[in-house]
Design a binder for this molecule. Structure first.
Ligand SMILES: O=C(O)CCC(=O)C(=O)O
Length: 293
C-alpha cells in the first residue's frame, strides 16, 4: 500500500518510485521469458506485431527495441498485472474498477539501445477522464548509464502538447517549442523489482543505453473502468478482456480534459521509435544522428 506521503508525491509530481513490487521468482521467470522472445526474434528482419527491432538487429546478435503486448506473449506478464502488491497500489490511485490499456517491454539493449523522445502518453490515446497512468517494472537494476526513463515533475498538471511533425502525429514533443524543465526530470532508477508510476499527462523520455547491460522496462498502462478511449473501441471483447479487477461500465465518466487527437495518423503505426525520427530537433538523438540530420 502507498503511504499518504507517497500518494501526495504522486499527485504533486505525477511520478513515483516504489521498491520491491516484484519478487525474485517473478523476475527470474520474466527474464527467461524475455530471453526466449529475443531468441525467437533471430529470423525476423522487419518490425512486426510482436517485435520492434533495433537497426543493428541480426540473426547472430538479436537486438530488440521492444516486445509489443508482452501480456499476450507469456502468462508471467499477464499475471503480474493482476498481482498483489501492484493491484493494491493501483486501486489506491484508480479506484476498485480497473482496466489495462496496453503493455510493452522496452528492452533498451546494451551498448546503444534506443532512447525515446519526450512525450505524453495521453497524446497517443486521449480518454474521457484523467484516471490513466503507466507502471514501469525494472526487470534489472537500472542506473543512469542504462538510459532510465526520465519524468518531468509537475508536467502532468499542464495541457497536452503538440506531438505532430511534418503534418502528422509523430509521438514526440519538440523541446524547442515546448519550454519545460527538461534538465530537472526525475530519473526512474532503482533495483530490479522497483516500479515507476507516472500519470498519462506527465512528460517523459529517455536517452540511449550507453552501458554494457540491457535495461528491460516492462510497461503497462491502466485506467479506471469508466475511462473510455476517445478514439473508440474496435474490439469490445478484447477491450473487456483487459479488465484486471472490479466491474466494467458502459457509462464513461466525463471530465473537462485537454485533448489533441493523434491525427493525421503516424506513418508507421507500429513503432514509436520510427515515428519519432520525424522530429527535426531530437533531444535524445545520439550525437552522430544529430550531425547527419
Ligand atoms: O523506455 C523508456 O525509457 C520510455 C518508455 C516510454 O515512454 C514509452 O515507451 O512510451
Amino acid at each position: 500500500m502507498l503511504s499518504k506521503q507517497q500518494l501526495d508525491q504522486f499527485s504533486r509530481d505525477g511520478v513515483l518510485l516504489v521498491e520491491d513490487v516484484a519478487d525474485q521468482t517473478t523476475l527470474a521467470v520474466m527474464r527467461q521469458a524475455l530471453a526466449d522472445l529475443v531468441d525467437k526474434s533471430r529470423p525476423v528482419t522487419q518490425h512486426n506485431a510482436i517485435y520492434d527491432l533495433e537497426p543493428t538487429h541480426t540473426a547472430e546478435r538479436p537486438r530488440l527495441r521492444r516486445v509489443k503486448h508482452p501480456h499476450r506473449r507469456h502468462p508471467v506478464f499477464n499475471n503480474f498485472a493482476r498481482s498483489e502488491p501492484l493491484l493494491g497500489i493501483l486501486k489506491q490511485l484508480l479506484g476498485p474498477d480497473i482496466r489495462m490499456h496496453s503493455s510493452k517491454l522496452n528492452v533498451k539493449s546494451d551498448d546503444g539501445g534506443s532512447g525515446v523522445e519526450w512525450h505524453q502518453d495521453w497524446a497517443f490515446h486521449p480518454h474521457t477522464n484523467r484516471s490513466l497512468l503507466a507502471v514501469g517494472l525494472m526487470m534489472e537494476d537500472c542506473r543512469m548509464e542504462n538510459g532510465p526513463m526520465l519524468v518531468i515533475p509537475g508536467s502532468h498538471q499542464g495541457t497536452v502538447h503538440d506531438h505532430n511533425a511534418n503534418g502528422r502525429f509523430c509521438g514526440a514533443i519538440d523541446p524547442d517549442s515546448v519550454p519545460l524543465d527538461y534538465e530537472h526530470a526525475i530519473p526512474c532508477v532503482g533495483k530490479a523489482g522497483t516500479i515507476s508510476l507516472h500519470h498519462a499527462f506527465a512528460v517523459h523520455g529517455s536517452a540511449n543505453n550507453t552501458s554494457p547491460f540491457p535495461r528491460p522496462l516492462l510497461l503497462y498502462e491502466f485506467m479506471s473502468a469508466d475511462n473510455w478511449p476517445l478514439m473508440g473501441v474496435s474490439d469490445l471483447e478484447e477491450f473487456e478482456s483487459r479488465m484486471i479487477c472490479g466491474q466494467t461500465t458502459y457509462a464513461p465518466r466525463l471530465e473537462a480534459v485537454s485533448v489533441r487527437l493523434p491525427l493525421p495518423a503516424a506513418t508507421n503505426l507500429g513503432s514509436i521509435y520510427e515515428n519519432q525520427t520525424q522530429l527535426k530537433r531530437r533531444y535524445f538523438a545520439p550525437a552522430d544522428a544529430k550531425e547527419s540530420a
